[in-house]
Design a protein around this ligand. Sequence first.
Ligand code: UP5
Ligand code: MG
Length: 190
Amino acid sequence: KDGRCPFITFVLGGPGSGKGTQCTKIVETFGFKHLSAGDLLRREMVSNSEYGSMILNTIKEGRIVPSEVTVKLILREMESSDNHKFLIDGFPRCEENRIAFEKVAGAEPDIVLFFDCPEDEMVKRVLSRNQGRIDDNIETIKKRLKVFEALNLPVVDYYEKKGKVHRIKAVGTVDEIFEQVRPVFKACEL
Ligand code: UP5
Ligand code: MG
């Protein structure tokens, strides 16, 4: 811990919109700590956790793991980090997640990055990823897209009204997209 006030960025966008890819570039360029909620849940799933089978079944169905589990994993990582700048990738996925985080962490995000990507492009990317994720099949992807639209977009709207959302057109090459991301962090260099 460096004792400084945390700077929290929520990184949102549909499945395959490029959240993880762009977070890697933000880490390299601006020195953030990257916390992917999906990665934390997948790690918990294979770690003999009491929640293992619940997480597996939830991810396979493209549904949302209960907030108490995800929030605990995220806060544990934040508290054990010596960084104060965080990218929280793929969370909050619904209003219930958002409210639980804000209550338990006692903080709101400083900014929200939203990767806005057409559905057909997201489907194409996820299907060609080939990393053995149990949710990267067309049946689960359709469910993930539905859950994203119904439950995650309201979170984006909520922060939009608070003036916190930076909307990125997430089409083009990884580098082209990063050129839209860069000024967001340049403007608030910490
Ligand atoms: N790629 C990236 N950028 C590209 C570009 N510009 N052009 C061409 N290709 C590009 O990218 C996806 C693929 O596209 C990669 O192969 C990449 O090389 C390529 P990636 O950066 O991985 O996109 P990302 O948005 O991170 O996609 P991901 O599939 O990880 O998003 P999801 O939001 O679906 O997945 P996540 O891991 O966050 O969550 C998975 C599941 O966990 C959820 O469905 C849910 O069941 C559960 N979950 C919770 O319950 N709660 C949480 O809080 C979080 C997750
Ligand atoms: Mg990801």
